[in-house]
Write a protein that binds this ligand. Structure first.
Ligand SMILES: C[S@@+](CC[C@H](N)C(=O)[O-])C[C@H]1O[C@@H](n2cnc3c(N)ncnc32)[C@H](O)[C@@H]1O
Length: 315
């Protein structure tokens, strides 16, 4: 039985990857290994998969669970997918048939009371996928000034009450540093309470938590680098499949695919292409795929998911 993270749009991911026996696949975001498990089943008996996660705990959990069943067909590396261009060839995956990115965080991370990802689970405000690099979220809250905090909450959280929350953080830390997820969630609830007349599905702290997580993990920069590296690794006919969970990351995916479908980088003022750049992707999902009501009812985390897939062209 599968406990913990439930893979989102699992059937659609396998269809879009066209994962065939004998193929080489990359799962750039192992998480609980739910998609990986299905890809390894679909590529029986000899398909191989390289699974990455920046979080060492995810790597250990997936290895324990899946290596006994799949043996050498599963290769795992603790790595950020922004480093795919070096990590994949070093692991023997220099030309692959499919690459999956299932962005964001796993249910295991959200429930981990030592990581501070979720305001419900609580715990020290860290929020790093890889706790050996970078700085925890609590340090950003302690060091950024009000204008910087406002810009962060607005840019990465699209938080309409960013100014009010930023000022409250600066005010609160004069007395004591904000070090736990509970403290931050309570502060936001106090200074930016939900309007009782507007029904909301999310907690008032959702956007600020998202903003801090994106910032400490440099998520948007990593995504751009990871997509570019994955495309370079794909064989002609290979598939790129990306699941995103909020508009900031989906915008990057959409623009990346659009640019690679277009190829040419010449400005519109140039009448004939001089850059010579050929299209490298063909879009498969038009429109993008989203989970149906039944999946959302069974797995509320799927609610905001959007799947985009494209196929590598020969160029
Ligand atoms: C939504 S979960 C993946 C769930 C997985 N597909 C499953 O079915 O269980 C996302 C995972 O990606 C990892 N992650 C996020 N950004 C990453 C990055 N830049 N490099 C490597 N791993 C990353 C997180 O640590 C998390 O474990």
């Amino acid at each position: 039985m599968e406990v913990g993270h439930i893979p989102v749009l699992a059937g659609e991911v396998i269809t879009m990857l066209a994962a065939a026996p004998g193929s080489l696949q990359i799962d750039a975001t192992l998480g609980g290994g739910g998609h990986t498990e299905r890809i390894l089943e679909a590529t029986r008996p000899d398909g191989r998969l390289l699974g990455l996660d920046a979080d060492g705990a995810a790597i250990a959990r997936v290895s324990d669970r899946l290596r006994p069943r799949f043996g050498d067909r599963l290769v795992v590396r603790k790595a950020n997918f922004r480093d795919l261009a070096t990590v994949a060839p070093a692991a023997g995956f220099s030309a692959v048939d499919g690459a999956l990115f299932d962005l964001g965080l796993s249910s295991e991370q959200l429930a981990d009371t030592d990581r501070g990802f979720g305001f419900r689970a609580g715990g020290p405000l860290d929020m790093r996928f890889d706790t050996s690099r970078g700085v925890p979220a609590s340090e950003l809250l302690a060091t950024l000034d009000a204008a910087e905090l406002l810009a962060l909450f607005r840019r990465y959280g699209e938080e309409p009450k960013a100014g009010r929350i930023a000022r409250a953080v600066v005010e609160a830390r004069r007395t004591a540093p904000i070090t736990t997820a509970e403290e931050l969630a309570a502060l936001i609830e106090r200074v930016a309470p939900p309007n009782p007349r507007i029904p909301r599905r999310t907690h008032p702290a959702t956007r600020v938590f998202q903003a801090l997580r994106i910032a400490v993990n440099e998520e948007l920069e990593s995504l751009e680098l990871g997509l570019t590296a994955a495309l370079d690794l794909l064989r002609p006919g290979g598939r790129l499949v990306v699941l995103s969970y909020h508009s900031l990351e989906d915008r990057i995916v959409k623009r990346f695919i659009a640019a690679e479908r277009r190829g040419c980088l010449c400005p519109p003022s140039v009448p004939v292409c001089v850059c010579g750049r050929e299209p490298r992707l063909r879009l498969i999902t038009s429109p993008s795929l989203t989970p149906g009501e039944a999946e959302i009812a069974a797995n509320p985390r799927a609610r905001s998911a959007r799947l985009r897939a494209a196929e590598r062209l020969a160029a």
